[in-house]
Design a protein around this ligand. Structure first.
Ligand code: ADE
Ligand code: ZN
Length: 319
């Protein structure tokens, strides 16, 4: 039997495939700087997080309308269903769109419509998480959260992403306090390129319930003990870590060590259109590099369910 997969670290904008970039450019009359798919694909060699983010943000130019955001999300759900995903918790980088003049409602509405439809059409339940860009001002994040809370589209949680080093989690304490006061679930990217200190402050000053990436936690034994003791989930993204040069090759990835240490690790795809694959591709790469056995694969699948924001009945339905 195929294990039910849960995706907990997925930027919907990171599912924007090159073919869809051309399709949406045509739909919206956007002039692309690339003459062909091949020319665009040649840009996908990254030296670090920032070099990836530069292309990721530039490509968003083709996303304009509620229908575009719905198309993007529907295409992701179809691909995820083929991988065996049954539940997905999806980030949307709303400031990457509102800052270029797109209405918040177009962005959230389109993603929300498609996620709702996906429950019926491909049987994937979902949560919607608004992720704030940490390299933009915290006051802007606060204003966006207030606007989201006042708006008609319900969201389940908040996250923090974009360029990490130099933008520690504590800058966003007020944003997370507002999220907490409104019953939102809390996650943040920490310890991807940033130091273990950022994981500590994500826990202590933001109150996160999951850490996105968190792989640099391994540099701090006391932090590892705390993460293990608290059963704090880490949403690990192996192919992302290779493509952004956080690790040299998949064979150097610390996932087996993380499992061995008793960390609650989950496997996710981050930005699959950019990093060479979806959740099934990430699992296949790990399997090939480490010959993970059936028991390890079952632990990873169970961890995904446990670390999700589903209620107990929702989790029970997936186990
Ligand atoms: N935004 C999209 N993908 C990201 C990642 N891997 N790290 C930080 N910000 C991101
Ligand atoms: Zn991410």
């Amino acid at each position: 039997m195929r294990l039910p997969l849960v995706e907990l670290h997925l930027h919907i904008e990171g599912t924007l495939e090159p073919e869809l970039i051309f399709e949406l450019a045509e739909r919206n009359g956007v002039d692309l700087p690339w003459g062909s798919l091949e020319e665009l694909r040649a840009q996908y060699a990254f030296s670090d997080l920032q070099s990836f983010l530069d292309l990721y943000y530039a490509n968003l130019e083709v996303l304009r309308t509620r229908a575009d955001f719905a198309t993007l999300t529907t295409r992701y759900l179809e691909r995820a269903a083929a991988a065996g995903v049954r539940h997905a918790e999806v980030f949307v980088d709303v400031q990457a769109h509102t800052s270029r003049g797109i209405e918040l409602g177009e962005v959230l509405g389109g993603v929300h419509d498609a996620l709702q439809a996906g429950e019926r059409t491909v049987g994937i339940s979902s949560k919607l998480l608004v992720s704030f860009l940490r390299d933009r001002p915290p006051a802007e994040a606060l204003a966006v959260l207030q606007q989201v809370l006042a708006g008609p589209i319900p969201v389940d949680g908040i996250g923090l992403d974009s360029a990490e080093v130099g933008y520690p989690p504590e800058l966003f304490a007020e944003v997370y306090a507002l999220g907490t006061a409104n019953g939102l679930r809390l996650v943040a990217h920490a310890g991807e390129e940033g130091p273990p200190a950022y994981v500590w402050t994500a826990l202590d000053m933001l109150g996160v319930e999951r850490v996105d990436h968190g792989i640099r936690s391994l540099e701090d034994d006391a932090l590892v003990r705390r993460l293990v003791d608290e059963r704090m989930p880490l949403t690990v993204c192996p192919l992302s870590n290779v493509r952004l040069r956080v690790v040299d090759t998949i064979a150097d990835h610390p996932l087996p060590q993380m499992l061995e240490l008793g960390l609650l690790v989950t496997v996710n795809s981050d930005d699959p259109a950019y990093f060479g694959g979806y959740i099934d591709d990430n699992l296949a790469a790990l399997q090939e590099a480490f010959a993970l056995g059936a028991a390890d694969r079952a632990v990873l699948a169970r961890n995904g369910v446990e670390a999700s924001f589903l209620d107990e009945a929702g989790k029970a339905a997936l186990y």
